[in-house]
Design a binder for this molecule. Structure first.
Ligand SMILES: Nc1ncnc2c1ncn2[C@@H]1O[C@H](COP(=O)(O)OP(=O)(O)OP(=O)(O)O)[C@@H](O)[C@H]1O
Ligand SMILES: [Mg+2]
Length: 334
């Protein structure tokens, strides 16, 4: 039978055609830097940077540093943020270069950050696997994409420290016990991750980080000792963490604006009033306060020569109250 007579030829051709996507490293931004990350995120950064910087010491002593991490906790507690902090910090020079070239200018629509940066200029590579973006319902393709994600990491780790980040990891590491939601393809994905994770252990400068809001949904085999080196719990911030978070959000905003937009504030008072809020709420309260003030300035009749305003404690407290009210409303609706 010739190829053309083969009734399965369309299927075969489709199969042969499938190429996993090309993974690009995350392009660094100005913020956050490592110094901007506080609370649980800082704890994780300390651990992973010890591994990255101490590779030679660890291997001289006959062990490997911690290379695989699970970051678990409520939404908005700073898991993704901490990884961006590491990436931005190790790639400050790239950001500077990109800003210098003006490629970040919104008017320059044809430019693409990734084109102008050479691989060897990276101080660290962060690759992000996202189920929404990379997951697929096609048979066998999900596992192939995951495999190629790891293979890409193996190659880049030869150039610079490389972090493979799996966001919403519960979606690909789903427990096999949960037969109701479990599918044959999920098994393949899980096995592919586990196999590659084993290989990743032997690759110097390669780190794998899984992020999840549902640690209880992960398969037991993933969490058995030796597979994941460390599970880090991201908890809702306590008084002192909230204090640090306000300081960090205000500092980042002032840095971006280039002057002290937020001034005259009392961190103790802000931390006391924001009990129950998480990292993202705190950042949102500060940003909303500034946004409101900016809108007010726009609406004012006497246009100023320098349209820059200030925000003080009172406005941030108002926003804290507003966010708290919204959250209690959410609970009511649920
Ligand atoms: N340590 C921190 N310091 C300052 N701001 C923070 C910190 N952590 C988080 N934030 C603020 O909270 C926002 C949300 O954090 P992030 O997206 O990292 O949460 P997450 O834990 O990844 O949530 P999810 O589980 O929903 O993905 C950040 O964009 C940032 O504005
Ligand atoms: Mg996240």
């Amino acid at each position: 039978m010739s190829y053309n007579d083969d009734p399965n030829r369309k299927k075969k051709r489709q199969k042969a055609k499938f190429q996993p996507p090309k993974f690009e490293p995350t392009i660094p931004q100005k913020t956050p830097l490592i110094e901007d990350v506080v609370s649980c995120g800082k704890k994780f950064i300390d651990k992973i940077t010890t591994s990255i910087q101490g590779t030679t010491v660890f291997s001289a002593m006959g062990v490997k540093p911690n290379k695989s991490f699970v970051l678990e906790g409520r939404p908005g507690t700073g898991k993704t943020f901490s990884l961006w902090g590491i990436n931005n910090d190790y790639n400050r020079d790239i950001r500077r270069k990109l800003d210098g070239q003006g490629v970040c200018n919104q008017d320059n629509k044809d430019s693409d950050d990734s084109i102008t940066v050479r691989m060897k200029e990276f101080g660290l590579f962060l690759f992000e696997y996202n189920v929404g973006q990379h997951g697929t319902a096609y048979i066998n393709r999900g596992a192939k994409i995951i495999h190629s994600f790891f293979a890409n990491g193996f190659l880049h780790a030869k150039i610079a420290p490389t972090i493979l980040m799996f966001d919403e990891a519960d979606a690909i590491l789903m427990s096999r016990k949960d037969s109701k939601n479990h599918h044959g393809e999920d098994d393949k994905n899980l096995e592919t991750v586990m196999k590659n994770l084993q290989w990743a252990k032997d690759i110097e400068d390669l780190y794998v980080v899984f992020l999840t809001n549902y640690p209880e949904a992960l398969d037991d085999a993933m969490l058995r000792s030796g597979r994941i080196d460390e599970v880090i719990h991201f908890e809702a911030p306590d008084f002192s963490a909230r204090r640090d978070l306000f300081q960090s959000s205000i500092d980042m905003l002032n840095k971006k604006a280039g002057y002290k937009v937020v001034k005259k504030y009392d961190l103790d008072e802000l931390a006391k009033k924001s009990k129950g809020l998480v990292n993202s709420d705190i950042d949102e309260a500060v940003k909303r306060a500034v946004r409101k003030r900016a809108a007010q300035i726009v609406g004012e009749r006497d246009k100023r020569i320098i349209p820059a305003g200030y925000v003080t404690q009172k406005r941030i407290v108002e926003q804290i109250k507003e966010i708290k009210e919204e959250e209690s409303l959410d609970k009511y609706i649920l």
